[in-house]
Design a protein around this ligand. Structure first.
Ligand SMILES: Cc1ncc(C[n+]2csc(CCOP(=O)(O)OP(=O)(O)O)c2C)c(N)n1
Length: 585
């Protein structure tokens, strides 16, 4: 029987799936659960070599004679570093040697454990991939181990191939029994690339046919004409709905309006609105958390398309990686489709749903002010959006498709939004607008002092005396105001005027409308800062109330779910939610 350790089972299942069936084993104890499981499985051919240095080279010989990847397995400690010379040789010969190095748990390092030293960095400079596994104690661990094993085993042959190390911490090799009859069905992430063999596009197109396909298009620069043409072909061949926020710069008929809000509609959770296949292209998303919630634990298939071929698995449902440009992918799949799709039922249903979205209440505050500003953006201007609340609030409104949108969305920092906007504007002929919160402004205020300050820059600062977004998670107490949202009462005016930059401000709709008329006037040729004063607690209350209103859409939820939601909200308001949960448990 196999070991009962889920880590060992996942390892064996994936070694088999990736055709690593010859294993050279050097003697020791730490690998006992792996070795005994391998012995049990007639699908593996095992070899015993005492000296790990020699075992590594023995494996290299095997690789060359059988023409397939081979693994070498040892115990923990100096045994593992003795694989080093064979790993270096494999690296320069590009041979698929997989060294499996059992280890003790990282917590024990330096605690006088025998046969333990830092094994995790020793081969980094001459391996294709170093996979650091961990004991499997919960579903998240299992997902992690599966993903890392997929990446490691794929790297053996990807891009010309070479050696990989998989480090396997095992607390106690005698801890688990051997009562497992079968290996689990471990997920295998399929990689498709043009070389050495082109993908079977016919088979891929057949997988898309008759399916609800959702393309999630992340942050990118405006698509080229060739990419748009390829995407057009793709959306004519299949029933495609596209989710793309303003940072995508995508203007396409398949794109649902206001995707962040669309994802808050309860009806989107209905099985009939769930896609069968989600295809992700390009960078980050403002609505990443929302799609994570929607797809994790669902039965959706996730295909990732990109030239880097990265294994990015935020929904934990990744089945296929297409290592190629989105243009190539769209083009080839559309070409391989047998006929154009006759009915865009999925897309139509989503477009009907989005029409039900309520409009944001036009009450003075950060969101409504951003809405009025966006409505006045001149055509063909450039919009920079700073993290964090302005980024979300900007997604509540449509933006003219001629406007190019940029943001530091790679990591969502508040540290350089204005510097990046100043840099962009310095070499741009268009009017550049930046919408930014007060903390993000003060953080990066010296960027207005850069000597290349361009005249085509307009900054709208949403000043609500601190980081409003923090109050949406942690409430509005003074404690949160002090260290979490950094509450203050400072205006940007003094700094802006000291630099000789034109300054205007607004504290209500009338002042805002007057200021915006000047601020968005293309005839004005000066840099300008517009400071809009709002109140952060009500800014957040308004935003949450709006989400609540969308979530209450009566057509979207069953009466039972609506009742549960109302009860939950009521208990939350009177501070009894946790107590009620405890009682129900
Ligand atoms: C460099 C960096 N430091 C800290 C944070 C954490 N953070 C995220 S949003 C935020 C507050 C932003 O406040 P503000 O710019 O006033 O915008 P608001 O949310 O109030 O509209 C902070 C401190 C971050 N994202 N990046």
């Amino acid at each position: 029987m196999y070991s009962d350790d889920p880590l060992v089972l996942e390892l064996l299942a994936l070694l088999k799936a990736y055709n690593v069936r010859h294993i050279v084993i050097a003697p020791g104890s730490r690998h006992y659960p792996i070795t005994r499981s391998l012995e049990h499985d007639k699908g593996f051919t095992l070899y015993s070599v005492v000296d790990e240095r020699s075992a590594g080279f023995f494996a290299l010989g095997l690789i060359q004679s059988i023409g397939a990847p081979v693994a070498a397995l040892c115990t923990s400690g100096t045994a593992s570093i003795n694989f080093g010379s064979a790993v270096v040789e494999a690296f320069y010969q590009k041979l698929p040697l997989c060294v499996l190095t059992p280890d003790r748990l990282p917590e024990l390092l330096g605690q006088m454990e025998d046969q333990m030293f830092p094994q995790t960095n020793m081969f980094r400079d001459f391996t294709r991939y170093v996979g650091l596994l961990k004991p499997v104690r919960n579903p998240l661990d299992r997902w992690f181990v599966n993903r890392v094993l997929n990446e490691a085993l794929d790297a053996l042959t990807a891009n010309g191939g070479g050696p990989v190390q998989i480090n396997i911490p095992i607390l106690n090799p005698a801890e688990k029994g051997f009562g497992t009859a079968e290996l689990p069905k471990a997920r295998v992430i399929q990689r498709h690339r043009h070389l050495p063999i082109a993908p079977d596009w016919g088979a891929i197109a057949r997988r898309l046919q008759g399916k609800r396909v959702q393309v999630v298009w992340g942050q990118s620069s405006p698509p080229s004409a060739a990419l748009l043409a390829a995407f057009d072909g793709f959306t004519q061949a299949f029933d495609v709905l596209t989710l793309a926020d303003h940072l995508s710069n995508l203007n396409h008929a398949s794109r649902v309006r206001l995707p962040l809000l669309y994802l808050h509609l309860p009806a989107v959770q209905a099985p009939s609105m769930q896609p069968d296949i989600v295809i992700t292209v390009f960078g980050n998303l403002v609505f990443q958390d929302n799609v994570n919630d929607l797809f994790r634990g669902s039965s959706v298939e996730h295909w990732q398309v990109g030239e880097d071929g990265d294994v990015s698995d935020p929904f934990r449902r990744l089945s296929d990686v297409f290592q190629m440009s989105p243009e190539q992918f769209f083009c080839e799949t559309a070409k391989a489709a047998s006929a154009p799709v006759s009915e865009h039922g999925y897309r139509r249903a989503a477009f009907t749903l989005v029409e039900r979205l309520p409009k944001f209440l036009d009450i003075y505050g950060e969101t409504a002010a951003i809405g009025r500003f966006l409505a006045r953006l001149p055509r063909n201007s450039v919009l920079h959006i700073a993290n964090s609340a302005p980024m979300r609030m900007a997604q509540f409104y449509d933006i003219d498709p001629s406007v190019r949108v940029l943001a530091n969305r790679g990591i969502n920092g508040i540290d350089g939004s204005m510097s990046a906007a100043v840099g962009y504007a310095a070499s741009s002929q268009q009017l550049n607008f930046l919408v930014i919160g007060d903390l993000a402004f003060f953080y990066d205020m010296n960027s207005l002092w850069i000597r290349h300050r361009p005249a085509n820059l307009r900054v709208i600062v949403m000043n609500n005396d601190g980081g409003a977004i923090m109050h949406s998670s942690w409430g509005s107490s003074a404690q949160v105001g002090m260290h979490v949202s950094a509450a203050h009462h400072t205006s940007v005016r003094g700094w802006v005027e000291s630099l000789g930059i034109r300054y205007v401000s607004a504290t209500n709709f009338d002042e805002l409308d007057a200021a915006l008329a000047l601020f968005t006037d293309e005839a004005v040729s000066d840099a300008m800062v517009l400071e809009v004063f709002t109140e952060k607690t009500s800014d957040i209350v308004q935003m949450k109330a709006f989400y609540g209103k969308i979530g209450d859409d009566p057509l979207g939820t069953s009466p039972r779910k609506r009742f549960k939601k109302l009860a939950k909200r009521g208990l939350e308001q009177v501070g009894l939610l946790d107590a009620a949960k405890r009682i129900l448990r």
